[in-house]
Design a protein around this ligand. Structure first.
Ligand SMILES: [Zn+2]
Length: 77
């Protein structure tokens, strides 16, 4: 297989346990059937391993929600 862009022979490399072909010239990447799914699975697994919220909310300044009763409509007359 050759790179359709510049005709270079792609190099084999491994990303997250998935073998991918990439062109060192134009940085093009080729995935075989199923490899994209495996990369996506890995990305999702990495996302889940992150701590969900937690301390993050405490460091953020509190945003007060302003509740203003809207009397202009007079929905009860
Ligand atoms: Zn290329």
């Amino acid at each position: 297989m050759k790179c359709p862009v510049d005709g270079n022979v792609p190099q084999m490399t491994e990303r997250h346990g998935v073998e991918v072909d990439y062109c060192p010239e134009c940085r093009g990447v080729w995935l075989d059937h199923g490899e994209l799914d495996r990369v996506a699975d890995h990305a999702m697994a990495a996302d889940k391993s992150r701590p969900a919220g937690g301390n993050d909310a405490k460091t953020r300044p509190k945003k007060k929600a302003r509740v203003v009763p809207d009397r202009s409509h007079g929905w009860r007359g």
